[in-house]
Design a protein around this ligand. Structure first.
Ligand SMILES: O=C(O)[C@H](O)COP(=O)(O)O
Length: 399
């Protein structure tokens, strides 16, 4: 038996006025997800436990079959594992975003949480400069992918309130600066980064090229290394993870899964959808389980770009879901779980804690009566609810 998770990050949503009350999933052409929904098991899953912020970290731990309540310590330690940065017991990892702030109306505004989806090469240049100028025994800076990087505070504090920058797009940052014990050191680093970036040649180069320059860091998503059993220990299966982003690959590292890096996987609309699907089929030749993650719908939602979100969903459906549906047949018995981790409603430009529509398809031929397709309303109409959401994995694996 082969098991597949196909995850379209943040693809579920709410009814959108510009779509005459349809959600992006309802408006997009998704024949492959609809095919599975009409034949398989369709329902809603609560991937975010009560009292937790609806981050991709928490929601994806659920989607990998881990109860966040037992193992979640923060987002950045998971990303650190993927980046090959090991954390000692006193180390606290922080997500370091390269962002663009803008002074407007007497306020400092979070203009772009991604510094124009800065390239990994430009991002690395700035993070290496931070390490040169600010790195010491206490703080170290490590380059990652695009705008997503890592800072480790050796002997750091964890009781600090921090805010994801994609949650405060267009808002004044003043109210969201770190607060709590040790926050002053983090604010110092954020301020220092502004001077460093402003004087860096990249600033003028990007501005002249019409690209958004990174003019600050933004720290968030902190935590110490978690303790997790491997997927193999829990379920007795081998598996692999395919994703562009360190968060998902890091969960894979802690879960003891093989990480498959696909050339051209960007975490954005221009990602290598075909390559990811092919890598998934190849992985199933040597593994029992594969988890394929596509970030593009979430990124489009954080940017408030409705057309891009619909495009991302359609590309995911055609190039990943469709290709895997075909390719998986060669293995005989298979079970596929398709879902987002959390909704990222385009109107909110950030995540919500609402349950997500999921479908589990195991090759059923017969079409069920009355299921319109794969979308939020159809999933709700079945009355099937999986709560807590991490139980979905047991459902997929028939445990
Ligand atoms: O910081 C990020 O990686 C992006 O903004 C997306 O984060 P998310 O996957 O938690 O939405």
């Amino acid at each position: 038996m082969k098991y597949v998770v196909l995850l379209g990050d943040g693809m579920s949503d709410q009814p959108v006025g510009a779509l005459e009350g349809k959600t992006p999933l309802q408006a997009a052409k998704t024949p492959n997800m609809d095919f599975m929904a009409k034949r398989g098991t369709l329902g809603l899953a609560h991937t975010v436990p009560q009292g937790y912020a609806p981050g991709s970290d928490v929601a994806n731990l659920s989607m990998f079959g881990y109860n966040p309540v037992d193992c979640y310590t923060g987002r950045s330690p998971l990303e650190a594992a993927s980046m090959g940065v090991s954390l000692g017991p006193d180390d606290v990892a922080f997500r370091l975003n390269l962002v663009h702030l803008e002074a407007r109306g007497g306020k400092l505004i979070m203009e772009d949480y991604s510094a124009g989806h800065i390239s990994s090469a430009d991002g690395r240049e700035l993070v290496e400069e931070l390490q040169r100028q600010l790195g010491n025994d206490e703080f170290s800076f490590h380059p990652g992918v695009s705008y997503r990087h890592l800072m480790v505070w050796h002997g750091g504090r964890t009781q600090i309130k921090m805010t994801p920058p994609h949650d405060i797009s267009g808002q004044s940052v003043t109210e969201f600066m770190p607060s709590g014990e040790g926050a002053d050191k983090l604010i110092y680093l954020m301020n220092a980064s502004q001077m460093i970036f402003h004087n860096h040649p990249q600033y003028k180069r990007r501005a002249a090229a019409g690209e958004v320059p990174a003019n600050s860091i933004w720290l968030w998503g902190h935590g110490k290394a978690p303790a997790m059993d491997t997927f193999g220990t829990r379920f007795g299966l081998t598996g692999a993870v395919i994703s562009a982003v360190d968060l998902i690959k890091g969960i894979g590292v802690y879960a003891g899964l093989d990480i498959i890096n696909v050339p051209g996987a960007t975490g954005y609309l221009d990602t290598n959808f075909d390559g990811k699907a092919q890598a998934a089929i190849d992985a199933l030749k040597t593994h029992d389980f594969v988890f394929v993650h596509v970030e593009a719908p979430d990124e489009a939602s954080h940017s408030g770009k409705l057309a891009d979100k619909i495009k991302a969903i359609e590309l995911f459906d055609e190039k990943v879901v469709g290709a895997v549906l075909q390719g998986v047949k060669q293995f005989g018995d298979y079970r596929i779980l398709c879902a987002p981790d959390h909704p990222t409603p385009i109107a909110l430009m950030t995540h919500s804690s609402d349950p997500v529509p999921f479908v589990i398809y195991a090759g059923e031929e017969k079409e069920k009566v009355g299921v319109a397709g794969y979308d939020e309303a159809s999933a709700a109409a079945t009355g099937l609810k999986v709560e807590p959401g991490y139980k979905l994995m047991e459902m997929l694996l028939n445990r």
